[in-house]
Design a protein around this ligand. Sequence first.
Ligand code: 6PG
Length: 469
Amino acid sequence: MGDIQYDFAMVGLGVMGCNLLLNMADKGYAAIGYDKNPDKTSAFEASGTPGTVIKGVNSLETMVGLLKKPRKIMMLVPAGSPVDSVIEDLIPLLDKDDIVIDGGNSHYTDTLRRIGSLKDKGFHFMGIGISGGEEGARRGPSIMPGGDEGAYKQVEPILKAVSAKVGDDPCVAYLGKEAAGHYVKMVHNGIEYSIMQLISECYDLLHTAMDYSNEDLHRLFASWDQGPMKSFLLEITAAIFARKDDKPTSNYLVDMILDRAGAKGTGQWTSQEGLDLPMPIPNIDTAVMMRNLSSLLEQRLLASEIYSGPTPKISLPRAEVESLLFDAFYLATVLSYAQGLALLTRASAERKMEIPMWDVVSVWRGGCIIRSALLENFREAYKNPALANLLLDPPIASMVKPLEKGLAQIVQLAARHGIPAPGLMSALNYYHAYRRKTLPTNLIQAQRDFFGAHTYQRIDQPGIFHTQW
Ligand code: 6PG
């Protein structure tokens, strides 16, 4: 095996790196992986499919020496300084035109900086978003590449081979200039946060206010997963409600999990971008806020002793609430995508990324965490590349209009019975505000001019005005 020149290298053989590299080997590529931990390289070599060409090494120099030129090297290491230190170690070993790819969840501004500094040294650097977790990496993830298009063309056949497929379509496409790959992945995660928050609110309402058992919840989410919103997140939610604890109890596992949500930062980054651009994405903001609020465990305990709240028991028939909740979740889910995609559209122009929106929604149809049957509808809508917001697409409008009543009734029920439903409520407010020809912000302008001479515009004539109030 000494003379083999490998097609592709992976730096970092954690769960994602190891599985993606094994996936490449399964597709016929000679794959070499580096990890400083010998246990990881041995585990990688032991998990290869018989007949595939793989090798694990503990020296970057050896890895680089065994690669075909121009070298194609992906890093899957934790975002932040680990990425910079791998780049620093690689640079002296590389030749001009070698391609270095960051496949992790890096902040797009870090990617921009790295593109610049590696270009100056004659290397190609690409930020690529990869979604689908462990199973996705092994069997077919959704891949979101951006940046250097020439470099993309060179890795395109490998990425297409390993990606998820929808029919014959590979879930990978060139998604724009600069740091577009990581930007698109960041927004993907923001939408992921929002939909997860909405599902948790549906769970809370049914479980806390209507005494749904885990079996009932399993049945309901599994049935939703058969309909127009068929999705990965509904599928795993249904599975979660069927799962018993292995040990030490025989309870349902979900009941044994502490209600404090973790976060690695991509949702928060999306929210920050929403503020910076600006583009309103209240559902993503709300999802981030609720994860943060969930971690105030001790304060919540104290507050629960001070504030009793209204009775959480809803006495309406189950079938009626399920039908309303289905519509509410449906509309709020569409609005979560609408907000995230509107942010991407704005960012594409503002940050000069030229993101092809039709390709984004096409790539999200398979392999990723937010894959859903709804993406087919959004794909139709983005045949119009100038679409500013999904809600402005006539077929989407026909889809969402009948759902408004359900969302409004669920929000009322939740408010009346003291069940927090901030995601559903944000969605309804966004919908009501976005579809309004006039908003009360004329008053805000008047107030600003009153106390700060900030000026205002008029509805009947052009120009800037100030009044001595
Ligand atoms: C994916 C996921 C993946 C990761 C999230 C989790 O698309 O495969 O989004 O990237 O699971 O980053 O994020 P939090 O830890 O912030 O929930």
